[in-house]
Design a protein. Structure first.
Lengths: 196, 196
């Protein structure tokens, strides 16, 4: 069975392939851009999966829809004392305010807990489903980086760690990341289907 | 001709009726919610107008599409030194960070220019068009209100004024507002059609 991952980012596809390598799915990248809604990560991911599926099917009419499923993913950083800002709009906020803006908003506030969340939207032509993974942590008082990671990684310290995501080697981060957790939840679902 | 205004806010409909009262259009409220995209105000408004039109037509198959046009509108506050933040996401940012968050981000920064912008999305079954209106001004150093207005009104001082929008009587604000300017631009368009 084909699992088409609607994303422009090949690294995300590689990560998915690795996690799903012993499943019945063959993961492939599909570069069909889709409109991102305003709303929750779940709403964005559901709409995206359905949109990409419909676009793909309309261009590949000869393919049996029995054999194709689509996934897309969306992630965000949720900071509790900022009412979960920037959430779904993390990408936009990173481009405008950046990490400096986030640190300014928190100031010396001691309540700095936050979490990263990934939601995978899945559509097989019949059912739309979502799978999520999170990683909890805190926002540091200043940016700290060893040159790894991107975006909010230099201000996010995962629970139980002393380093920010941007101070960890990529493999170290991947191993505890929200995206990994979401793909693990997805894997449990598809494994349960195979056992039916 | 019917001009259906897709909005939950009856006050916006009243304002549109007033501005368009001598045109060939009869403005009515249409309460069909539509998905709001992430993107520019123009993208949000175009998508919304098309979506509401299609939904309305699918539920009213007997109505000739010659007689119906749809408008929706979307507005935002754009602050230059914050890279136009909060822009399209003004509603979300108001709910999370609020005016306090904006004032904290600007701090004592002297470059405080900003503008409000409204974009109207229009679809008549053939053409999608947008019409925009802005009002320029500055962000005040603290909130000032006489109990009027809402959202960012208490931190926005229109150019040439000494009061914030929230210190003005509603009629005074409406007379110079971005929404009015957008509807005036729309009126010029439909008037030009009548003269063809």
């Amino acid at each position: 069975m084909k699992l088409l991952f609607g994303t422009g980012n090949i690294n995300k596809v590689k990560e998915a392939k690795l996690i799903l390598k012993n499943s019945k799915y063959e993961v492939e990248q599909l570069k069909i851009p889709y409109p991102e809604l305003q709303g929750t990560l779940e709403e964005v991911a559901k709409y995206g999966a359905k949109y990409v599926y419909d676009e793909y099917m309309s261009k590949n009419e000869k393919i049996s829809n029995e054999n194709v499923s689509i996934i897309v993913e969306d992630s965000g950083l949720f900071i509790e004392s900022l009412r979960e800002f920037p959430g779904t709009y993390s990408k936009y906020v990173q481009m405008t305010l950046g990490n400096e803006g986030i640190l300014k908003l928190l100031g010396t506030c001691k309540k700095r807990n936050a979490y990263f969340k990934t939601v995978i939207g899945y559509y097989d032509g019949k059912e739309i489903k979502t799978f999520s993974g999170t990683v909890e942590g805190t926002i540091s008082y200043k940016m700290k980086s060893n040159g790894y990671g991107f975006a909010y990684d230099s201000i996010f310290v995962p629970k139980g760690c002393e380093k920010t995501f941007a101070e960890m080697l990529p493999a170290e981060k991947s191993d505890i990341s929200h995206r990994k957790n979401a793909f693990m939840e997805f894997k449990r679902y598809i494994d349960s289907l195979s056992n039916e």
